[in-house]
Design a protein around this ligand. Structure first.
Ligand code: BES
Ligand code: ZN
Length: 643
């Protein structure tokens, strides 16, 4: 089958973004979108991969909500400003840079005197340079410049702006409360042109215009998005079509594998549309990044970024892609207004993701993921303390707090369980499927940035009877584990649980397993993974867990050779916890191969606990740190207390 890669895309004209109320203050941003709201940003970017430098001229159109304002404040971090001008007169505009909180992750405040207002809008240009690294390594920045050996022989750069790293790439109102459209004209250095490098962005590629340099790229994002969704990558990228609106981008050595792994994306998208409503973004492409990418997936609009550790060869890890697809409604269309309300993005997205999984693979599959999510949540709350403010869905972050510290499974799993309980109650009280409500909710708050109270108000309006049974405040603002749990389909989980229990009994009684052990071999990768993570969660902190037990498992299932990244991760954790030296080569190789935080952070933490003498973890970290993204680096430094 052939598809035209520039299929005509019907993106509806953007609706107006509502400014937040005057009382609104995002603790992670110095801007005030309730008075002046970014309407459009045009980026003229030159990306120099040889010099590792971004040279940019950005033009801002700002909607004036409060005409008495004389200046606007934007967020920046380690950006060097060349000039700020009024494009209508080409005259410089006065500006000041201040550091409200020295060394804070929030960076600096750039305050610019405003030019004249015309039709309720003001326009100004900022010329600046940045390496996108966010200054010293204590905060991290959006960009990672890769050495050619990390990216199939050519230089590579990519960005990761969520939560507050957009400010290291461009001056902006770096709060999701300020959603704007954006466009870009991008050029790259001569050598990179010769090397045939490709630019991709979280936007729709446009035809070049008269006067554009031959080797340039134009993009447009006609739907208003928060700054954290602005993203780009440059490298030796190839693409393959999946359908007329989906394609996959990857380095030449993995493109074939990537295409196979994600071949069903169009089907996922259609299923999502059936549940959530029309997909408004036009294209849905996937970019498989080099292995240092610090997340599993990032929902950059029209172009999801993913880690190559999803390329398992058996399509067993595609739920990450389904999760990022779900963000097209929850997070990207309806956005949380600030990081404190992060669960409004992730909790709702996990809910939609697992609803799609239920549709595609049955309720047993949703149950499997739901239960392992509950285990993860339990572990996190045990480790953090059930009174800790980070265990509530909405957390009051303080000015200067680093949102990367706040990131955890709470927003995801507690959020999901809250919405799942609402689903169960609504089904019981009204005998209706809550999906219709969610669909209306995505419609009502499309193109907006909202808080939990918007959701609660709408829910109460639809389901007054159910609302009486729910303690919303406890769920949303209370700390600790879920107040109540909904029932989930546990048929797949039960098989797994039984085998885990059998093994534990054998381990403890020093007995041998019977033929029931072979059931494992008949399972798919998701059930196998659930077995390994479930077992690990039960035994890892037990005194009796030792080398003999891991060896028994190895003899039975030959797990040390498994290359499915999720299974390998749990296998490594089991081995480290048992102090089995035979696992160490595997662990070392694994943390050298990739920098996904979900895998490397717990492994470094485990190593530092199990081998505290000789600083095994610290030394290993020093060996790999240069190849990691600054965000992985800073978080591991904090975890290991070597910041
Ligand atoms: N938006 C998140 C990633 C993120 C969150 C980056 C906060 C920076 C700050 C993305 O959608 C996500 O949740 N990714 C998960 C995968 C998912 C299946 C839970 C990941 O990377 O593990
Ligand atoms: Zn997400």
């Amino acid at each position: 089958m052939t598809y035209s890669s520039t299929a005509v895309i019907n993106v509806p004209p953007p609706r107006e973004v509502k400014p937040p109320p005057p009382t609104f203050k995002d603790p992670c941003s110095y801007s005030d979108p309730s008075k002046l709201l970014t309407h459009h940003i045009h980026l003229n970017l030159h990306i120099d991969l040889q010099r590792r430098l971004i040279i940019s001229k950005a033009t801002y159109t700002i909607r004036v909500i409060d005409p008495t304002e004389k200046s606007i404040t934007l967020d920046i971090r380690a950006i060097s400003i060349t000039s700020i001008t009024d494009p209508s007169t080409n005259t410089p505009l006065p500006y000041k840079i201040h550091k409200p909180i020295p060394d804070a992750a929030t960076g600096d405040a750039l305050t610019i005197s405003l030019p004249v207002i015309e039709n309720g809008l003001v326009t100004f240009c900022i010329q600046y340079e940045t390496d996108g690294l966010g200054g010293d390594f204590s905060c991290g920045g959006a960009c990672q410049w890769l050495h050619p050996k990390q990216a199939s022989g050519n230089p590579f750069i990519f960005t990761q702006c969520q939560s507050i790293h957009a400010r290291s790439v461009l001056p902006c109102q770096d709060t999701p409360a300020a959603k704007s459209t954006y466009s870009a004209l991008v050029t790259i250095d001569e050598q990179s042109v010769k090397d045939d490098l490709q630019v991709v962005m979280s936007a729709i590629q446009q035809p070049l215009e008269k006067g554009d340099a031959e080797n340039s790229w134009r993009f447009n994002c006609p739907v208003p998005v928060p700054s954290y969704l602005i993203a780009f990558a440059v490298g030796k990228l190839e693409s393959r079509n999946i359908s007329n609106r989906c394609k996959v981008w990857a380095l030449p050595d993995v493109i074939k594998k990537a295409h196979w792994e994600f071949e069903h994306v169009e089907q996922f998208l259609k299923t999502a549309e059936g549940i959530a409503g029309d997909y408004v973004w036009g294209r849905y492409d996937i970019l498989v990044l080099p292995s240092s990418f610090c997340y599993g997936g990032m929902e950059n609009p029209m172009l999801t970024f993913v880690t190559p550790t999803l390329l398992s060869g058996d399509r067993s890890l595609v739920s990450v892609v389904i999760h990022e697809i779900a963000h097209s409604w929850t997070g990207n269309l309806v956005s949380c207004q600030d990081t404190c309300e992060f669960w409004m993005n992730e909790g709702f997205t996990v809910k939609l993701e697992r609803r799609i999984l239920r549709e595609l693979y049955g309720s047993g599959r949703e149950g499997l993921d739901a239960i392992s999510g509950r285990n993860t949540l339990n572990e996190y709350i045990k480790r953090t303390g059930s009174n800790h403010k980070y265990t509530s869905l909405v957390t009051k972050l303080e000015e200067g707090d680093d949102p990367d510290d706040y990131y955890s499974c709470v927003a995801y799993e507690k959020g999901y369980n809250f919405l799942l309980l609402l689903e169960e109650y609504v089904q019981h009280d009204y005998n209706v499927d809550i999906s219709e409500f969610f669909k209306d909710y995505y419609q009502r708050f499309s193109y907006q940035a909202i808080s939990s109270s918007h959701f609660v108000e709408m829910f109460k309006e639809y389901y007054p009877k159910t609302s009486e049974r729910i303690d919303f405040d406890e769920w949303i603002y209370g700390t600790g584990y879920c107040p109540q749990l909904a029932n989930v389909d546990s048929k797949l989980v039960e098989q797994v649980e039984i085998l885990i229990q059998r093994w534990i009994t054998c381990f403890k009684e020093d007995a041998l397993m019977g033929d029931e052990k072979n059931e494992f071999l008949s399972w798919d990768a998701c059930q196998k993974l659930s077995f390994l993570s479930g077992l690990a969660n039960k035994v890892m902190r037990e005194d009796w867990w030792n080398e003999q037990h891991v060896l028994q498992l190895e003899e039975t299932y030959k797990l040390n050779g498994v290359r499915n990244s999720e299974m390998r991760f749990w296998w490594c954790r089991l081995g480290v916890a048992a102090k089995w030296h035979g696992i160490l080569d595997n662990v070392v190789e694994f943390v050298k191969e990739q920098g996904r935080m979900k895998f490397v952070r717990p492994l470094f933490r485990d190593l530092s606990v199990v081998y505290p003498c000789g600083d095994f973890a610290v030394k290993l970290f020093e060996e790999v740190t240069d190849s990691y993204h600054s965000l992985s680096r800073k978080m591991i430094q904090r975890d290991l207390n070597i910041a």
